[in-house]
Structures are given as structure tokens and as C-alpha cells.
Ligand binder design. Structure first.
Ligand SMILES: N[C@@H](CCC(=O)N[C@@H](CSC(=S)NCCc1ccccc1)C(=O)NCC(=O)O)C(=O)O
Length: 210
């Protein structure tokens, strides 16, 4: 059984999607929680390939970049499609999730007080793409790509759940997305993780905004 370890700050941030994937796939992992004080000392930052976290240890292999880690876990746990075309579609969806995550992170950390309302107003123009992606696959009754869950689904559901905290009504105009978040979140092993104190007590972001 692989020995997985997440090396990250005590936040959901860029690691909750991989936690959701591992929980849903019945895979165990350890948490190496890095405090901001430890991070400021600089040794860990020097070791990190891009000077940033998360890091991920798979036995004696260590990697960085949250989306690369998701793809690594997708390959290792049959969550990367059934053929090269599905894998490319999954990459495309995940890149779209990353685009929205970057906008979310910038608003949260750089423009929360003045930018939150405008961000929420502009959300439908972002979410409509994911609603259409679902509509174009099995009438939105399954996943974003193909007929089995992929790492892009965990990433999208994590990000949508964060947006439901920011703006509880943000999916009211997107029935397929709303049903998708509920459906994926109620997968038994994932539901157990999402009900855990570890998940519930971990702040979404590092600055206390959500
Ligand atoms: N492309 C990378 C981006 C990684 C990243 O932004 N990491 C942040 C943390 S993840 C994140 S969403 N950062 C937003 C702000 C933040 C900073 C520090 C702690 C928590 C959040 C980080 O390591 N910041 C510390 C530093 O750069 O010295 C990835 O996807 O892993």
C-alpha cells in the first residue's frame, strides 16, 4: 500500500480535492502540517521545487504542484478516464477548474472586502461553462467526463463547495451543478470524510476569509 503524506498548511486550500479523492478511493494518508512560523524560517521553502506548498510524498518520491499531484493520484487510482481522449477531456476540465480557483484565491487574499460582491455577481458567467460540460455528458447525471469519477470531479466539487460557503445561492441557477455537488458529496466514503472533524475544522483559506 503506498505511503502518502500531504505537506501543507492547516487549510483546505489546494489540498482538499486530493484529500477527497483519497478518502473516496479508500486510500489512507498522513498530514504533515506546516505552521506559518516554520514556513517563515525558510528551510522547507528552499527544499520545495517552486518554493511553495503543497508537497506530496508517495513513499520516497516527493512532488509539488497541486494539479500534478491530482494527476498522479488519478493515474494511481483509476481516476483519469478510460482512454487518452477521456484523459485529455479530464485535463481540459481540470484546467478550467484551476482558472476559476485562481480567480477565487486572488479575490480571497487580495480583494475580499471590496471585491467579494462583484466576484459573486460575475460567478454565473464562470459556472455556466461547467453546467454545460455536465449537460453534454449523460445529461448531467454522472460526472464531467465519461462514466466514472476523475480527479477533475473532486477538484470541481471542492471548489464549488467553497463557493457555496462564499455565496450559498450561487448554484440556484445551475440545477445540474447543484445536483452534481450533492450526488458526489454523498458517495459513502466521501460523505464520511466530509462529515469528519478533520474536514469540518480545517479553515478553507489561510487568512480566515471564506
Ligand atoms: N501552482 C501551485 C501554487 C502553490 C501555492 O500557491 N502555494 C501557496 C499556498 S496555497 C495558496 S492557495 N496560497 C494562497 C495564499 C496562501 C499563502 C500562504 C498560506 C496559505 C495561503 C504557498 O506555498 N504560499 C507560500 C509561499 O509562496 O511562500 C500549486 O498548485 O500547488
Amino acid at each position: 500500500m503506498p505511503e502518502y503524506t500531504i505537506v501543507y498548511f492547516n487549510v483546505k486550500g489546494r489540498c482538499e480535492a486530493m484529500r477527497m479523492l483519497m478518502a473516496d478511493q479508500g486510500v489512507d494518508w498522513k498530514e504533515e502540517v506546516v505552521t506559518f512560523d516554520t514556513w517563515q524560517q525558510g528551510d522547507l521553502k528552499k527544499e520545495a521545487v517552486f518554493g511553495q506548498l503543497p508537497g506530496f510524498k508517495d513513499g520516497d518520491f516527493t512532488m509539488y504542484q497541486s494539479n500534478a499531484i491530482l494527476r498522479h493520484l488519478g493515474r494511481n487510482h483509476d481516476a483519469y478516464g478510460k482512454n487518452p481522449i477521456e484523459a485529455s477531456r479530464i485535463d481540459m476540465v481540470n484546467d478550467g477548474v484551476e482558472d476559476l480557483r485562481l480567480k477565487y484565491v486572488r479575490m480571497i487574499y487580495q480583494n475580499y472586502e471590496n471585491g467579494k460582491d462583484d466576484y459573486i455577481k460575475a460567478l454565473p458567467a464562470e459556472l455556466c461553462h461547467f453546467e454545460r460540460i455536465l449537460a453534454n455528458n449523460n445529461e448531467g447525471k454522472g460526472f464531467t467526463v465519461g462514466d466514472q469519477i476523475s480527479f477533475a470531479d473532486y477538484n470541481l466539487v471542492d471548489l464549488l463547495r467553497n463557493h457555496l460557503v462564499l455565496a450559498p445561492d450561487c448554484l440556484s441557477g445551475f440545477p445540474l451543478l447543484s445536483a452534481y455537488v450533492s450526488r458526489i458529496s454523498s458517495r459513502p466514503k466521501l460523505e464520511a470524510f466530509l462529515s469528519s472533524d478533520a474536514h469540518k475544522n480545517r479553515p478553507i483559506n489561510g487568512n480566515g476569509k471564506q
